[in-house]
Design a protein around this ligand. Structure first.
Ligand code: BES
Ligand code: MN
Ligand code: ZN
Length: 498
């Protein structure tokens, strides 16, 4: 266990194993970033030549470790690039802190002398370290490197309430993000719908959050008429589940409904994916992981927002009992859907859950889903798409994403797509899949929109940023990223402030 604390102390005098300072570029050359002034004066004129000998340019993503030889009390100085001094943002601080955290591999104690002059920056530094030091070692037989026992954030505001709150909030939200990462990273054979539902129940047991959890099994789902969840899950030996969470604080200012796609593995079903596309498909429950983890975080923070969360969980597999392209499913609430491609399964499990969410009469519904490869084509693997039926809500979510450091970009739901959803099936009410591949993200969202009954709703397509197939960067690890947890908590905070 690592303890985090705020302290007002001189960075050059503090005795820790590793001391972190930021370095900015500026017209006058490299400069130590705010927070590192004491270290800069301890080194005096020696610092610039040292940095140039190291070939350190101050760019974001750069990090070097140097022995201090007694210039400051700490034996190791960690210098991390922050880029242009005039373009410094909280997000750049958050990312640089993450980069520094990843570089620190064997320190029992760490002090961070980074820009932390106000609560917002304290939050960014805490977020960066907490998220950047994440590692998934559950299946590694080798002993993982020891984590520091103590991380101290140096700030002049250490004694203030707002800085303390910023640190506590960072700990709650980062813990939730890392929980979502763990769930995504767990091998899919060990994280079936039943096991995922058990993990949610276990989290509730160990959490202080006042959240209730209800799990619906396959028999009850069948009896209730959840044709989407049953239809997708029927090809698997591991039956589906629907998990519902509820947080109802006194004096709630609004009622937020969350829905997350929980496909614990997506083989594509009978419309089988090519082998290489299947490799990362344990990430297909990242939406469910995010909405569940965010619900616990919102409750733990005690935000005055009621939250009802639905996580439909199923495994999309191939067998003699799989749903076939051509089959018609009756969704919860009665609408019929012709399945044309069993690999477009996410929208089917979400449809049942969205209808359920709508029946609770929330003020707004937000769903999160690794829904379409088309969204990755459109926006790349670091930007999520956001679509919906209310431009103000889309703007509000983008604002929350901005604060959270999660990039979201709007895409439209056109009348043309809605028309296709409603007319492309010759036998059922709705066509699940568009045989024309262009605009696949728009079509999928237009399909989901048929199940929200006019309620204010937004959809986050996180197929790109949910899973990092490449190396780590900033505070983002390889594998599960925990995308959307932070944005959803910011959204709830924003709703409570309105
Ligand atoms: N889970 C996938 C989407 C996905 C792709 C997530 C890449 C993460 C990374 C989804 O179920 C899927 O297979 N979508 C199909 C839809 C198509 C059949 C209309 C796709 O995008 O190819
Ligand atoms: Mn699929
Ligand atoms: Zn999928």
């Amino acid at each position: 266990m690592t303890t985090y604390s705020l302290r007002k102390a001189a960075a050059d005098k503090i005795k820790t194993d590793a001391l972190v300072v930021g370095v900015c570029t500026s017209a006058k050359g490299l400069q130590v970033a705010p927070g590192g002034e004491d270290v800069a004066s301890a080194y005096g004129r020696k610092l610039t030549p040292l940095l140039s000998t190291l070939g350190f340019s101050g760019k974001a993503g750069e990090v070097v470790k140097v022995p201090t030889g007694g210039v400051v009390k700490s034996p190791v100085l960690v210098l991390v690039g922050l880029g242009d001094r005039d373009a410094l943002t909280t997000e750049k601080v958050r990312r640089a802190t993450g980069t520094a955290a990843r570089a620190i591999t064997n320190a029992a104690s760490v002090a961070l002398a980074l820009p932390a002059h106000d609560a917002e920056h304290v939050r960014a530094v805490a977020d960066g370290y907490l998220l950047g030091s994440y590692a998934y070692a559950e299946y590694k037989t080798a002993e993982p490197p020891a984590r520091p026992g103590e991380v101290v954030l140096l700030t002049d505001r250490a004694k203030t309430k707002d800085a303390q709150t910023a640190l506590e909030t960072a700990q709650v939200v980062a813990t939730a993000t890392c929980l979502a990462r763990d769930w995504v990273n767990t091998p899919p054979g060990d994280f079936t719908p039943e096991k995922f539902a058990d993990a949610v129940s276990a989290t509730k047991k160990s959490s202080k959050a006042k959240v209730t959890v209800a799990v619906t099994d396959e028999k009850a789902l069948e009896a209730e008429g959840c044709g989407g969840i049953i239809g997708v899950g029927r090809g698997s030996a591991n039956p589906p589940r629907l998990v519902r969470l509820s947080y109802k604080p006194r004096g709630a200012k609004a009622h937020l409904a969350l829905v997350g796609k929980g496909i614990t593995y997506d083989s594509g079903g009978l419309s089988l994916k090519p082998g290489p596309s299947m490799v990362t498909m344990k990430c297909d429950m990242a939406g469910a992981a995010a909405v569940v983890a965010a619900t616990f975080a919102i409750a733990e923070l005690g935000l005055p927002i009621a939250v009802t969360t639905y996580a439909p969980m199923a495994e999309n597999m191939v067998s003699g009992s799989s749903t076939r392209p051509g089959d018609v499913l009756t969704m919860f609430g009665g609408k019929t859907v012709e399945v044309l491609n069993t690999d477009a399964e996410g929208r089917l499990v979400l449809a049942d859950a969205l209808v359920k969410a709508t029946r609770d009469k929330p003020d707004l519904i937000v769903d999160v889903a690794t829904l379409t490869g088309a969204c990755v084509v459109a926006l790349g693997d670091r930007v999520a798409g956001v679509l919906g039926n209310d431009p103000d809500l889309v703007a509000q979510i983008r604002g929350a994403g901005e604060k959270a450091g999660e990039a979201l970009w709007p895409l439209p739901i056109t009348d043309e797509m809605t028309e296709k959803v409603r007319t492309n099936s010759k036998v059922a009410d709705l066509a699940q899949h568009n045989t024309e591949r262009w605009g696949g993200t728009l079509y999928a969202a237009a399909f989901l929109q048929e199940f929200v009954d006019g309620a204010r709703w937004a959809h986050l397509d996180v197929a790109g940023p949910a899973f990092n197939e490449k190396g780590p960067h900033g505070y983002t690890p390889s594998g599960g990223t925990g995308i959307a947890v932070s944005t959803l908590v910011e959204l709830a905070a924003d709703l409570s402030a309105r």
